[in-house]
Every structure is written in C-alpha cells, then in structure tokens.
Design a protein around this ligand. Structure first.
Ligand code: ADP
Length: 381
C-alpha cells in the first residue's frame, strides 16, 4: 500500500528509513527523538554530532545503527506559535525534504511520526492534514511506501465534523443492528443494475472473454491472492470459493462447449475482476497509473492484476478500485461480486465506505483516515 496509517512505535518498524522529529541541535531530545536515540544506540549520537545541526523544515540523514531501519532521516518541524509564523509551510517542508532525502537514498519504504504534533504543540488535526496532503502530493509523482505512525492512538485527531457525522451514520446503520444481510437489499436500491443509466451502465455490460490457455491455468492452479495484502486483513475477507465456480463456468464456454448455449451466456456475465477492472479503466478514460494511484494500490500489484485474468484480490483492493473508479453503490456491489465479496451492514468498514460513496467523496486518503479513526482495515494494497 503506497500510503498507510498505523499505530505503534516507529523504532520497531522494518522499513528502509524512519524519520525523526528532531530539534535543531540534532543532539537528541525527548519524545520520538529520545526513543530513536535509545533504540539506535550511542553511535547515532556520534554521527549526529558531525552534522552540525539542522534548520527548521530541512532534513539530514544518518545510518540507523541498532534500529531495524537502515537510515534515520532527521528533520525539524516548527514550534507552533499560533499559526501565523509560517508554521504550515515549514511543516510541509519538513515532510517534503525528508521524502526527497529518502528518495535520494533509494528508499522503498519510509515511516514518519506526526512531526511537531508532540512537544512542539502543532494542533493535531492540522498536523495530520499537512502530513497527509504533503505525502500524497509526493506519491502522485513518485513510487514509495510511506507510513504515518500514530504513537498515541487517543490523540489521533481526525476532522471533528466529519467524525461526528460518520459516527451518526454508523449508529443509524451498523449499531442499530440491522444485522447481517445483503447491502443492496438493506438500502432498498430501486433497481440493482437496470436502473444504472447511460454510460455508467456500460461499465458492467461488456465482457472480455478469457483465452482458453488462461482457463486451463485457472483450473489447474491455486488462485492468486493479493500478494501484498496487509497482514491486518481479516479472515472475513479471504476470497470465498465463489470465484472458482465462476471461473469454471467461464471455461465451459471455451472452444469445445456448445456455442451460444447457456454456459456462454453465463460466461459473459462472469467476466473476471481483472477483466472488469481493465475495461472500466478504459471506459473512464483513465490512465492505469491514475487509477492505481487513486486507489492507493502499489504499481507492482497493479501489473500483477493486469497480467493475470483470474487474479483474486482482497476485499480492500476491490473497494479501493471501486473508489478510484468512482463507482456508485450498485456498481460497487456488482464489482465486489466479481471477486466473491459483498458489502454488509454488519461490517463497520463497509458502512464507512458506503458513507463516502453515498456522499460522492472518492478521496481514498480521507476514507483511510476515517477507517483508521474507527479502527478498521484501510483500503488499498
Ligand atoms: P515534536 O517536538 O516535533 O512535537 P515529539 O517527539 O514531541 O516531537 O512528538 C512528535 C510525535 O511523535 C507525537 O505525535 C508523539 O506522540 C509521537 N511519538 C513519540 N514517541 C514515538 C514513537 N516511539 N513512535 C512514533 N511516534 C512517537
């Protein structure tokens, strides 16, 4: 997942680089700085002495010594003085310069604490906004895994207005115990697909048939799942057997079966997830990179999906692409079905995603902040 928010201790992360929210002396301090120096050992301080400090908004790099991370990128965030002293731009620079340094060092993964959000007093909600928007702008141009580490879960401040609106929405749907059931049934969509109009309907109407060789492989091999699926992905999300049936049906329409028969009709309906995804990207007039970035999906994983017609995604991956493609709820449900999943009102994460789709808010970073705030698995892979 190119961007993720996790809770925990940054010094424990196995990434190429961790970022230290240091002070201008670079000679150690409290908070995350103290924790990093303690975990890295005294050689870190020795190397830091040779750096002769760092200005606010800038960044310098050292080795990680006893840390699991190879490098420590030391940056200095601004001290909050009310917001009229260039704090925001300085905080953006701290993130940007750290990312550029990680890039120069060929890091594939880098983890950040919430710079300035501790002793330096930057308001937490605003600090989060600056962190996420700056990282996002960088990831639009570059490939890297960037992790934002929240040490103190309780102090995670997500947009207060949105949080309370979402809480109300969840209370109405999830907590009121409509219970497990079909999502579309619950919200009483007028029509599942017949009601989808014009060009949007076309997103699900055509099918690219798999080649017979692809079918042979699908029945002889174990289906592939998201290679880079989050370890936090719950067992609920393990792809069910449905797809195997769908694949078998697709194969029934391959050369050798009766042309024009029922099996062929079903095969058209059973276009695979990968086929549907690629066709919808075309239908939307999107570039592949635009789509996988908007979905918070790793480029390598996207290539895998592209080259494997029977790729078996996780539910989070399917939802991430649904968001990137700006599908409505009916379309999202149909898309999930292709991978053997469904939305459920008994699943809090599903209800949160529903809220965003209903409100036509397709900002995956925002959705992931909300999912994190409610302790749910994030979208993407
Ligand atoms: P600053 O002086 O820039 O505010 P602090 O170290 O006081 O730096 O706090 C920055 C952020 O780092 C805070 O959100 C704090 O909760 C967090 N933090 C403290 N220790 C750790 C740690 N071990 N791992 C990750 N984050 C941490």
């Amino acid at each position: 997942m190119p961007f993720r928010i996790v809770s925990g201790d940054i010094t424990k992360l196995h990434v190429d680089a961790i970022v230290n929210a240091a002070n201008t002396s670079l000679l150690g301090g409290g908070g995350v700085d103290g924790a990093i120096h303690r975990a890295a050992g005294p050689r870190l301080l020795e190397e830091c002495r040779g750096l002769h400090g760092c200005r606010t908004g800038e960044a310098k790099v050292t080795l990680g010594y006893d840390l699991p991370a190879k490098y420590v990128i030391h940056t200095v965030g601004p001290i909050w003085q009310g917001g009229r002293h260039g704090e925001e731009e300085l905080l953006r620079s701290a993130y940007r310069n750290s990312l550029l340094l990680a890039f120069e060092k060929h890091c594939e993964s880098v983890a950040f604490p919430m710079i300035s959000a501790g002793v330096y007093g930057y308001p937490k909600e605003q600090a989060l906004e600056v962190a996420v928007s700056t990282i996002r702008a960088f990831l639009e141009e570059n490939e890297m895994d960037v992790i934002l580490v929240i040490f103190d879960r309780e102090s995670f401040r997500f947009d207060v207005r949105l949080y309370s609106e979402l809480s109300g929405y969840i209370r109405n749907i999830y907590d009121d115990g409509k219970g497990p059931g079909n999502f579309l049934g619950d919200v009483a969509r007028s029509v599942a697909f017949g009601g989808v109009s014009g060009s949007r309907r076309s997103l699900f109407s055509r099918s690219r048939k798999p080649k017979s060789s692809e079918c042979a492989r699908a029945v002889s091999e174990e289906p592939v799942e998201d290679a880079e699926m989050d370890e936090a992905v719950s067992l609920d999300d393990a792809p069910p057997m449905m797809n195997i049936k769908a694949e078998a049906m697709s194969c029934a329409s391959m050369p050798g079966s009766t042309p024009g028969g029922l099996a062929e009709a079903l095969a058209n309906l059973d276009e695979s997830f990968s086929q549907a995804l690629l066709r919808m990207i075309d239908a939307r007039g999107m570039k592949d990179s635009e789509c996988y970035k908007k979905a918070n999906i790793d480029r390598k994983l996207f290539s895998k999906i592209r080259s494997d017609v029977f790729y078996r995604p996780s539910k989070q991956t399917v939802l991430a692409f649904a968001v990137a493609l700006e599908l409505d709820l009916s379309e999202t449900e149909e898309f999930l079905k292709k991978a053997g999943f469904a939305l459920s009102h008994s699943n809090k994460a599903d209800v949160i995603v529903e809220y965003f789709i209903e409100n036509k808010n397709y900002d995956i970073y925002r959705i992931n902040e909300a999912l994190f705030a409610f302790d749910q698995n994030l979208l993407g892979a």
